[in-house]
Write a protein that binds this ligand. Structure first.
Ligand code: M6R
Length: 609
């Protein structure tokens, strides 16, 4: 999730771009850059790290011009570095990009044959060269955009300029947001409205396939077929803080709602229906190395550990291979029987969690191959791993992890499919079937999000309670743990997650009318057993909140509240169930007036032991 800004007018673009980037920095911040047309040349300044580094670079080598583009980067392809930072250039063209170009390798090979030389490891650079190629063939910048977008696959918002048309800024989008606005003197574009608000409150949200041509005096938008299209402007009355949060009251709710996109982005470009396979070129481990691994280990902390537990159920059922799951802080201080050649999977949103890193170093010492599932590109964990499977969730700002968790589970699905295919326990047809199921996940999550009001009314009924018990079975046992963790960390209510079958071995002693029980009961082979557990709960007069698969009636009679979740294969149920529990924890916490983004005593990244 990078940030894009563009300006064309009569003032110096540099200060306007930098002010805009400051307002976009929350979207990604591993590097930043701007390009300005100065004296008929594209001039670029780029820096790694915070925006202040770019400002320093500009103090040393200032830029002046009336047209420019800027970018804050959250790396997806290629580590954070000056070379990989945007803008990217080719033959008088400069562009900035947010998103992922799925077919960049094919395009890169073609462009190399055409004589274009690549300077970065990014997927973005193909866009600059592709536009330059079309301009070389005689097209205007607008027409080059039109031709290029017919070849690009993936998600993108792109803004670009060309020295041959120094009074025109062009932008397009497909699957990534892009908004334009103008006042009497100038035109602006950005990834969201935040940087536009000091200049205008009337904005136009581009639609997929639109191409906007901005000059200081005019704005023209053409639709996907290249014909002029009318787009209505919208008045935005948010202040800057509300705009950063996309109009949501806090980052946590925004991030919960970003999950359909995060899931799609994590899947994007990583599968092939032709082979029924997960296509994971960044894995860094060959099929042979994966096949040779005698044992599999997963190590993580907190919410990421819960994702690891989901992985255990998934791998053992789908690919029939035993998996040992450990908490980072435990693994490092016991004598784990890990051997040379074992596959060690570390999961972390930040990639900086001290206990997870210590476990990785221990495993490496013992000769294991390290594969990490990480959200932050270039983080310590990513750098210390043999291979990395990045979740593409964008920055997660709220302390409570939400979209990073669903991204991790999706990455585990891709890995399970890959291992299943290379171990030949999944056929071509199986592979295709699973891909269809993965692709259906975003809409199932959307379905849950649309019914947030139902979850809010549950929260209203229960937010004053002091204790909660969460029960789940099988692959949803880790989801019970995750639901309880979410509730305790943001609402400060004591909550326990338990395997439903374990309830009678102790926690049942706690159950009375003051102990609400949240039960996860998807329609699977364990459903009847969960219903029996609930009978025991009801007999002790505890209020029951049941999350069940669509179409279930049986639990309705037993539960005080029932929330239905779209049906899916049981192995895929953790994602929509988790989203419902996130919303429940969120609304309980808000009703208790907790600052959900910054809950007490917690840090986003635990970099000490
Ligand atoms: O960055 P990581 O995924 O390694 O962080 C691990 C835990 O610290 C983290 O998941 C923590 O439990 C969150 N606060 C959960 O919401």
């Amino acid at each position: 999730m990078c940030g894009i800004i563009g300006y064309i007018g009569h003032d110096n673009a540099t200060s306007i771009l930098i002010a805009g980037l400051k307002r976009l920095e929350y979207r990604g911040y591993d590097s930043a850059g701007i390009a300005v047309i100065q004296n008929g040349q594209i001039e670029v300044r780029r820096s790694v790290g915070k925006l202040t580094n770019l400002e320093q670079a500009l103090q040393q080598a200032p830029l002046y011009g009336n047209i420019g583009i800027g970018h804050t980067r959250w790396a997806t392809h290629g580590k954070p570095s000056e070379q990989n930072a945007h803008p990217h250039r080719s033959n008088g063209v400069a562009i900035v990009h947010n998103g992922i170009i799925e077919n960049y390798l094919t395009l890169k090979q073609r462009l190399q044959k055409e004589g274009f030389v690549f300077d970065s490891e990014t997927d973005t650079e193909v866009i600059a060269h592709l536009l330059a190629l079309h301009i070389r063939d005689g097209r205007s910048l607008h027409d080059a955009f039109l031709a290029a977008t017919r070849e690009l696959q993936g998600s993108y918002a792109i803004a670009g300029m060309y020295v041959g048309e120094p009074e025109t800024l062009v932008a397009t989008r497909s699957g990534c947001p892009l908004v334009i606005g103008r006042n009497e003197k100038a035109a602006f574009l950005a990834s969201d409205v935040t940087p536009l608000l000091p200049h205008t409150h009337e904005v136009v949200f581009l639609e997929d396939g639109d191409i906007a041509v901005l000059t200081a005096q005019s704005t023209t938008i053409t639709g996907a077929e290249g014909r002029v299209a009318e787009r209505k402007s919208v008045r935005i009355d948010w202040d800057a803080e509300a705009a950063e949060k996309g109009g949501y009251p806090d980052f946590m709710l925004k991030e919960i709602h970003e999950q359909p996109q995060a899931i799609l982005d994590t899947l994007r470009g990583r599968y092939s229906y032709e082979t029924g396979e997960a296509d994971l070129p960044d894995l860094g481990l060959t099929s042979q190395e994966l096949l040779e691994a005698k044992r599999m280990w997963i190590v993580a902390c907190g919410t990421s550990w819960h994702a690891g537990l989901v992985g255990k159920y998934l791998f053992e059922e789908l690919i029939r291979k035993p998996v040992q799951v450990d908490i980072g802080s435990e693994f490092r201080y016991r004598q784990p029987m890990i051997q040379a050649g074992d596959l060690f999977i570390a999961i972390s949103q930040s990639g900086e969690t001290a206990d997870t890193l210590a476990a990785v170093r221990e495993a490496r010492l013992r000769g294991a191959r390290i594969l990490s599932i990480v959200n932050v590109v270039g983080s310590t964990l990513a750098r210390e791993s043999d291979g990395v499977l990045y979740t593409r969730c964008g920055p997660e700002i709220s302390v409570a992890s939400t979209k990073a968790f669903t991204g991790q589970v999706v990455a585990l699905y891709l890995l399970a499919l890959h291992l299943g295919r290379i171990r030949q326990v999944l056929s071509l047809e199986d592979g295709r079937w699973w891909l269809d199921q993965f692709m259906a996940l975003p809409s199932k999550v959307e379905h849950v999000l649309k019914r947030e009001a139902e979850i809010l009314s549950m929260a209203k009924r229960f937010y004053t309670m002091r204790n909660f018990l969460y029960l789940g079975r099988g692959i949803n046992y880790p989801i019970a743990l995750e639901g309880a963790l979410k509730l305790k960390e943001i609402s400060y209510i004591h909550a326990e997650g338990y395997a439903a079958g374990e309830m009678k071995h102790g926690p049942i002693a706690l159950i009375d009318e003051d102990m609400p029980v949240v039960v996860l009961a998807p329609r699977d082979q364990l459903y009847e057993k969960t219903v029996n557990n609930l009978m025991e709960v009801k007999a002790r007069k505890a209020p029951v909140i049941a999350f069940v698969s669509e179409g279930e009636r049986e639990l309705g009679a037993l539960a005080d509240f029932v929330f239905t979740i779209p049906s899916s294969h049981p192995l895929l149920s953790p994602i929509p169930f988790t989203v419902a529990l996130q919303l429940f924890a969120y609304h309980v916490a808000i009703l208790r007036q907790v600052d959900v983004d910054r809950p007490r005593n917690l840090a986003k990244s635990v970099t000490v032991e």
